[in-house]
Design a protein around this ligand. Structure first.
Ligand code: ADP
Ligand code: ADP
Ligand code: ZN
Length: 217
């Protein structure tokens, strides 16, 4: 099963991705997580990407596409994958299609997590993440069992630098301008499904499963 999760920042892509990846045994591939890991390890990619992430801008297509081609060529992607945060531009989507065509594969489903703008802002500014294992929480909607500590690995959870008010606004603008055109792109390919993302985390996952149950591997 080859799935793309689409939706504005803060829609709940990463949260749903974790559940989908566990239920359907496909790797969860998040470009944001890959960039953040490289930034914390101060690799050359991390040093290059940091300036874009800090400002809420997109990392250049060429850099992002190369990383994803490498990642999708790995063994664990042979039976499918779940993309979270990629593609984010039409150029990236076309490059992905070209890459998959080359290995005689195609995307099965693009899930657009649909959440009104009014909810997004609260979701993003209340988000807290674990810098060690990447787990994501929300101070109100999905708090960890012990305040301030990751349930999985007990590290101190933190606010992402780009989840503060001013950068959030810039990221939503970037989504509207650069990523939203992908909705039309995938609609015309007949692979787009819209997931109601407004309910609680479990309800949204139920909506996702209802859509995915018709897909064969
Ligand atoms: P969110 O979960 O809020 O949607 P991500 O973790 O997916 O955020 O992305 C964080 C940042 O990483 C983006 O603001 C951007 O700078 C960079 N990034 C992630 N994915 C891509 C991509 N496909 N193309 C370019 N930049 C990306
Ligand atoms: P994305 O990957 O799309 O940027 P996340 O999955 O990180 O979004 O979710 C953003 C924030 O909203 C997180 O703090 C997360 O815990 C919270 N969240 C996710 N889904 C829901 C939901 N259905 N209801 C309330 N809060 C949610
Ligand atoms: Zn953790």
């Amino acid at each position: 099963m080859k799935i793309i999760l689409l939706g504005p920042p803060g829609a709940g892509k990463g949260t749903q991705a974790k559940f989908i990846s566990e239920k359907y045994f496909i790797p969860h591939i998040s470009t944001g997580d890959i960039f953040r890991k490289n930034i914390s390890e101060k690799t050359p990619l991390g040093i290059e990407a940091k300036k874009y992430l800090d400002e809420g801008k997109l990392v250049p297509d060429e850099v992002t596409i190369n990383i994803m081609k490498n990642r999708l060529g790995m063994d664990d992607c042979k039976n499918g994958f779940l993309l979270d945060g990629f593609p984010r531009t039409v150029t990236q989507a076309k490059a992905l299609d070209l890459f998959l065509n080359g290995i005689d594969q195609q995307i099965d489903k693009v899930l657009l997590i649909d959440v009104p703008k009014g909810l997004i802002f609260d979701r993003m500014t209340g988000r807290r993440v674990c810098p060690s294992c990447g787990a994501s929480y929300h101070i109100k909607f999905n708090p960890p069992k012990i305040e301030g500590k990751c349930d999985v690995c007990n590290s101190d959870i933190v606010q992402r630098k780009d989840d503060t008010q001013s950068t959030v606004k810039d990221r939503l603008d970037v989504y509207d301008k650069q990523t939203e055109p992908l909705i039309g792109y995938y609609k015309s390919q007949g692979v787009l499904s819209i997931v109601n993302g407004t309910g609680e985390i479990n309800e949204v996952f139920q909506n996702v499963k209802n859509i995915l149950k018709d897909i064969h591997r």
